[in-house]
Ligand binder design. Structure first.
Ligand code: ADP
Ligand code: MG
Length: 641
């Protein structure tokens, strides 16, 4: 007798967790207190995030769509996640994929990119919704009544990307309870929240993206301390590297003609070999070869490891940077979590262990762990649990600062600062009688203002003329919980104030942020050199100006011989500034400093004497401090020259 599975209409709907991945998507739920993934008819929980738009309005999602990608590249959208929250005129948009884009009619229309697929036009929200509909269908079949959904997003997703993900959920007919950061989901799957406190690194190597996140667990609340990674690094790179080894053995050398379908076959074979090598030491495969023959190819684990070493080692740079950004050392971590299908590769596991100096947590299937964590969170939200028990604070994706003399950037709020946040810094005038300050607000990691993104410019005018160095300009940066930056500039002596409000993340998406970070990394050394050069030039010019003014005011305190030497040194320093040797400027400054040292002492004495109105120095010790304060500009000038 067959037992019927009786559906109880009064049973409460089951909440679900969804990992909407770049390469693969999954759906999970909690049964008897344990999260589990829902599997398709092939017993596979992974749904490739691929959507094919065919004739007669047919839409195919998943593995079958993947098979159509080779023959119908323009109608088959892969990695739609990369387009979420992206505009049509975004330069990055055109760089991604072989797609045909719809030309936007106007600015409003350009806000969302549209793909031309056959006779239809679809946007990323609609494409993602197709994937979500399939996941919802799997859940419907398994659970009969589906409740609300928690959908995961990368920790660095900005407002627009998060909103687009939520919209896709709604379009798929889901009640989106909450979006959850992927690394936090992984930590929840491991039950780390029960530890109450700790610091964890989440290493996520997927198909085409690498993300590293440092999470702080504080009294049961997760905070993202820093995020980093590479939006163009993942298992696909391993497949391509191995395909490059297979192709010559199939009779197709690098220089020669390579039909795209042959390259496709090689990449597919490479992926299969890679997966097999996770458990085996040696894999033999038969591949089609030029002229209709077959080639038997053998790949060993050792060969494969050497091949992927440069790819994997690129993740180490981002890991160390994320630790540094969080102000931590590897030894401070309480655990490292492996996420993403590519962390199944033994070489990757060993590498992560080496970088962090500890065995990473990897018992939960790394390509399911995010979905499982999302299910745990969904269950918590639907149940009695306090929905705010697990929450997440955002961090600044890029540093914020202002431009200072010579076009260099002074960072006021460094990247990865947890928001809301505020910081204040004091600046002073460079030239005498400066009556206005121009405040140029910048975003980015580079040292030179021109290489950063300009967010706002405003001026603070009406400052009464004062000697250089006397005005005190206080600049405050405040980022509120919505990511809005408020900048205010106040001249302390006069109380003059000016404010602006900017939205730092507006129009910037993760790839652009990623690119800016990569550029900062690439140019790091060169930038620092240039910054040093500019700073030395500014310093030299300031000194030259002060010396010139000093000669006018107190020229009688130097001998003619000394004056000539000083003049020569000034000429030499000026000439050094025209060149690009930091060392030459530095020694020019040192030389002028040496030559003016005694004279500076005499000038100081005169200034003090003047300030105390001719009183004898030895009985006015108490008033020296005030006197020096009054003539601070002279003191400062002397100190600097
Ligand atoms: P995403 O988060 O980008 O959606 P996944 O976490 O699903 O991606 O990871 C997909 C990647 O994992 C693919 O490159 C796939 O080849 C790789 N992968 C899956 N299983 C294995 C395995 N057994 N060995 C090596 N790589 C694997
Ligand atoms: Mg993933």
């Amino acid at each position: 007798m067959t037992l019927l599975d009786i559906f109880d209409p009064k049973a409460s709907p089951k909440p679900i967790g969804i990992d909407l991945g770049t390469t693969n998507s999954l759906v999970a739920f909690v049964r008897d207190g344990r999260p589990q993934c829902i599997r398709d008819c092939d017993n596979d929980p992974l749904v490739p995030s691929i959507v094919h738009y065919g004739a007669h309005n047919t839409i195919i999602v998943g593995k079958e769509a993947g098979r159509l990608a080779a023959t119908h590249p323009r109608e088959t959208i892969v990695s739609i996640k990369r387009f979420m929250g992206r505009g049509a005129r975004d330069p990055e948009t055109r760089r991604l994929g072989p797609y045909k884009f719809v030309e936007p009619k106007d600015d409003a229309d350009a806000k969302v990119v549209k793909f031309e697929v056959g006779d239809r036009a679809v946007n990323p929200i609609e494409v993602s919704a197709e994937i979500l509909k399939v996941l919802k269908k799997m859940a419907d079949d398994e659970l009969k009544r589906v409740g609300g959904a928690v959908i995961t997003v990368p920790a660095y997703f900005d407002d627009a990307q998060r909103q687009a993900t939520k919209d896709a959920g709604r379009l798929a007919g889901l009640e989106v309870l909450r979006l959850l950061n992927e690394p936090t989901a992984a930590a929840l799957a491991y039950g780390l929240d029960s530890k109450k406190n700790g610091t964890f690194a989440v290493y996520d190597l997927g198909g085409g993206t690498f993300d590293i996140t440092i999470l702080l667990l504080d009294e049961g609340v997760f905070q993202v301390r820093s995020t980093g990674g590479d939006s163009a690094l993942g298992g696909d790179d391993m497949d391509r590297a191995l395909a490059e080894v297979l192709l010559p053995q199939m009779g197709f050398d690098a220089g020669g003609d390579r039909p795209p379908e042959i390259v496709r076959i090689a990449i597919d074979a490479a992926k299969k070999i890679k997966h097999a090598l996770t458990d085996e030491q040696v894999v033999d495969v038969e591949l089609p070869s030029k002229g209709g023959a077959t080639a038997t190819v053998r790949v060993t684990r050792a060969q494969f490891d050497e091949l992927i070493r440069p790819i994997v080692e690129r993740t180490g740079v981002a890991c160390r940077r994320a630790l540094k950004d969080a102000g931590l050392k590897a030894a401070d971590l309480d655990g490292v979590i492996l996420v993403g299908g590519s962390t199944r590769v033994p070489f990757v596991r060993d590498y992560v262990a080496k970088v962090f100096g500890m065995t990473p947590l990897g018992d939960i299937d790394p390509d399911q762990v995010v979905a499982l964590g999302a299910a745990v969170q969904a269950d918590l939200l639907a149940g009695e649990g306090d929905p705010d028990e697990v929450l997440l604070l955002d961090v600044l994706p890029l540093s914020l600062g202002i431009e200072t003399m010579g076009g260099v950037v002074e960072k006021i709020l460094p990247r990865n600062t947890t928001v809301p946040a505020g910081a204040r810094q004091t600046f002073t005038t460079y030239a005498d009688n400066q009556t206005g300050f121009e405040i140029h607000v910048l975003q980015g990691e580079r040292e030179i203002a021109a290489d950063c993104r300009s967010l706002a410019k405003f001026t603070l005018k009406g400052i009464p003329p004062m000697p250089a160095g006397l005005a005190r300009l206080e600049v405050s940066f405040d980022v509120d919980a919505d990511g809005l930056l408020h900048v205010s500039a106040r001249e302390v002596k006069t109380g003059l104030e000016q404010k602006v409000e900017v939205k730092p993340s507006y129009g910037l998406d993760d790839d652009q942020i990623e690119q800016m970070l990569m550029e900062a990394l690439d140019h790091g050394e060169q930038d620092l050199k240039q910054r040093k050069l500019i700073e030395q030039r500014v310093e030299a010019q300031r000194m030259l100006m002060a010396t010139r003014q000093g000669l006018e005011a107190d020229g009688d305190l130097v001998s003619d011989e000394q004056r000539e030497k000083i003049g020569k040194a000034m000429g030499a320093l000026d000439a050094a500034c025209a060149g690009s040797s930091v060392g030459a400027i530095e020694s020019g400054i040192a030389e002028l400093d040496r030559l003016t040292h005694d004279w500076a002492g005499k000038r100081m004495d005169r200034a003090i004497a003047k300030a105390i109105g001719g009183k004898k120095l030895d009985n006015v010790e108490g008033s020296v401090a005030t006197a020096a304060g009054v003539d601070a500009h002279v003191a400062a000038e002397v100190k600097e020259s």
